[in-house]
Write a protein that binds this ligand. Structure first.
Ligand code: PBG
Length: 322
């Protein structure tokens, strides 16, 4: 006697009845890159199919999102001006603040998450204030808090700090609460690894560090227990959602986090993961649609409740076809 597993694989009706994991457009968060200037919709060479948008052309992408029913975005800004302390990041009229107001004006139902970091705004490209050769943790916290507050004031729905300084969730929660933003949730990039998979993003966001690397603040790819400590502290400090980033090489981290903590887990399907598929598809080596959906399904199966992905719109369109 043996079990006939193939009985439940006979046709699509029964296969979909026993299917354990489903993707839905509401799982996806779409990253948008906003630049200064006018009339710009320029394809990002390192992220084919994704664009730099100037504020006056954001309506095009908002319309597309609405059509495919992807309702949340994470915003990244590329400012014209950079300095030592990343002042463009907390300027009331900074690129992100203007983009938030514009998107809300176009469609108030788009859920806006903002990436809070300094690397796109600092002249040296690091994620904080530099003293000597390294980022000063505690001084950076004041800036991270200030940036978060300015995003909330501009109308952001959720704040997502990606800087990896210790104590940032505490600092952000405090400043938001003190200023009347008690109901703005924080999605913490909790287990953010020092990864080579961010390469295409750094080209897109012009945020490559001028010297050194991010190893003193982002995590060592070899560690999973340390990730649990990071997550635990973020939850203690008030994080509403925790994130694992990147996703694909860290599915085990997502799974352990899901099993151990009850707050929702987000995963960032990062630029390198996207670019590898795009390039292989272009070379005719793989079936892009099947691979992309398989990848997104695996991230969800590992335990992620939501996925930040450059495939958001395309995947939503593919799901609609099925
Ligand atoms: C900012 C930030 C980065 C990414 C998201 N926020 C770059 C980095 O940490 O170097 C990477 C996203 C991606 O690769 O898609 N700190």
């Amino acid at each position: 006697m043996f079990r006939r597993h193939r009985r439940l694989r006979q046709n699509e009706v029964i296969r979909s009845m026993v299917r354990e994991t489903f993707l839905h457009p509401s799982d996806f968060i779409y990253p948008i890159f906003v630049v200064e200037g006018t009339n710009i919709k320029k394809e990002i060479s390192s992220l084919p199919g994704n664009y730099h948008f100037s504020i006056d052309r954001l309506h095009e992408i908002v319309k597309e999102m609405t059509e495919v029913r992807v309702k949340s975005v994470i915003l990244f800004g590329i400012p014209d001006h950079k300095d030592e302390c990343g002042s463009g990041a907390y300027d009331e009229n900074g690129i992100i603040q203007k983009a938030i107001r514009k998107i809300k004006e176009l469609n108030k139902d788009i859920y806006i998450i903002t990436d809070v970091c300094m690397c796109e705004y600092t002249s040296h490209g690091h994620c904080g204030i530099i003293h000597g050769e390294d980022v000063d943790n505690d001084e950076t916290l004041e800036y991270i808090a200030k940036i978060s507050l300015s995003h909330a004031k501009a109308g952001a729905d959720m704040i997502a700090p990606s800087d990896m300084m210790d104590g940032r969730i505490d600092a952000i929660r405090d400043i938001l609460d003190e200023n009347g933003y008690k109901n703005i949730p924080i999605m913490a990039y909790s287990a953010k690894y020092c990864s080579a998979f961010y390469g295409p993003f750094r080209e897109a966001a012009d945020s490559t560090p001028e010297f050194g690397d991010r190893k003193t603040y982002q995590m060592d790819p070899a560690n999973v227990r340390e990730a649990m400590l990071e997550i635990e502290d973020d939850i203690d400090e008030g994080a509403d959602i925790i994130m694992v980033k990147p996703a694909l090489s860290y599915l085990d981290v997502i799974r352990v986090a899901r099993d151990r903590y009850d707050v929702p887990v987000a995963a960032y399907n990062v630029s390198g993961e996207y670019a590898m598929i795009k390039v292989a598809a272009k070379a005719g080596l793989i079936d892009e649609k099947r691979i992309a959906l398989e990848m997104l399904t695996s991230i969800k199966r590992a335990g992620a409740k939501m996925i930040i992905t450059y495939y958001a719109l395309e995947a939503a369109r593919w799901l609609k076809e099925e």
